[in-house]
Design a protein around this ligand. Structure first.
Ligand code: ATP
Length: 255
């Protein structure tokens, strides 16, 4: 592992001295006899986009589920803004300002776009003023389809709705689980551009991706997870140039 604390961030929005918004310390998570995470350490600082890369089954989804309280770690700690949140139930974690867009989108198919978005603001007694407008401005296609049933949207539109719904909870940290999965390249590019915009508007992002090239172009820093262990971490720029990353994740020969 390269010295991640020594790596300056590539983003002007996140200085290396910024306090960690999220910190995983020696995190172990398992399913029965399967040890999915074998003691991982990870830091996301306020203002950053950090990507977590890894092959199928490496433990990326497990990491996000442990952060948002859907899984309880066996050992180790999850700290959000300096406070221990491992063992805190998911709805309380949302209330602390953590939004999770799960793999496979999972919008409410029988509800309209607007109803889905309003559900995202459930932690507030009423939808905060201007919030719906802000989210619809980010996703003009959702504004056009606000009365349409979510189940009838295209895959890309459903992904946008899932992200929009999480934003309605005004998260400080947004966890995104493979937002590009199963989408056409043009739609993927749109979604990554929106994630950049969301970050520029002040939301910190932890992005899980198999699409390493796009993720590293967007991110300030990255971590590489292999079978439950962080094997590499550095700035995104350094990871893009790393021959091991190029060979294993960017589809290039090692030479
Ligand atoms: P993918 O990109 O395929 O989603 P991933 O990196 O997100 O992969 P995880 O889904 O976190 O990987 O899975 C990590 C390991 O834990 C894998 O070996 C997987 O088979 C196992 N695993 C995940 N969920 C469960 C579960 N509910 N029960 C048992 N084992 C599980």
């Amino acid at each position: 592992m390269t010295g991640e604390t020594a790596s300056p961030s590539a983003s002007p929005s996140a200085s290396p001295s910024a306090s960690p918004l999220l910190e995983l310390r020696a995190l172990h998570v398992g399913y029965g006899a399967i040890e999915a995470l074998k003691g991982i350490d990870l830091v996301v600082r306020e203002g950053e986009v950090v990507t977590l890369l890894g092959a199928n089954g490496a433990g990326k989804t497990t990491t996000l589920r442990a952060i948002s309280g859907l899984l309880t770690p066996r050992q180790g700690e999850v700290l959000f803004d300096g406070r221990r949140i491992d063992g805190v139930p998911p709805h309380e974690v949302v209330g602390l300002g953590l939004g999770h867009v799960p793999e496979g989108r999972r919008v409410f198919p029988d509800m309209t776009v607007l109803e889905n978005l309003e559900m995202g603001a459930y932690r507030f007694r009423r939808v905060p003023k201007g919030e719906l407008e802000r989210v619809l401005n980010l996703f003009p296609v959702l504004a056009q389809r606000r009365s349409q049933q979510a189940g009838t949207l295209s895959g890309g539109e459903q992904q946008m709705l899932a992200i929009g719904r999480a934003l309605m909870g005004r998260p400080r940290l947004l966890l995104l689980d493979e937002p590009s999965m199963g989408l056409a390249p043009l739609i993927v590019a749109q979604i990554f551009a929106i994630v950049r915009e969301i970050n520029q508007q002040g939301t910190t992002v932890l992005l899980v991706e198999q699409n390493a090239a796009q993720a590293l172009r967007l991110a300030d820093r990255g971590y590489v997870l292999e079978t439950g262990v962080i094997v590499m971490t550095d700035t995104a720029a350094a990871l893009i140039d790393d021959p091991r990353v190029r060979a294993a994740y960017l589809g290039e020969g090692a030479g």
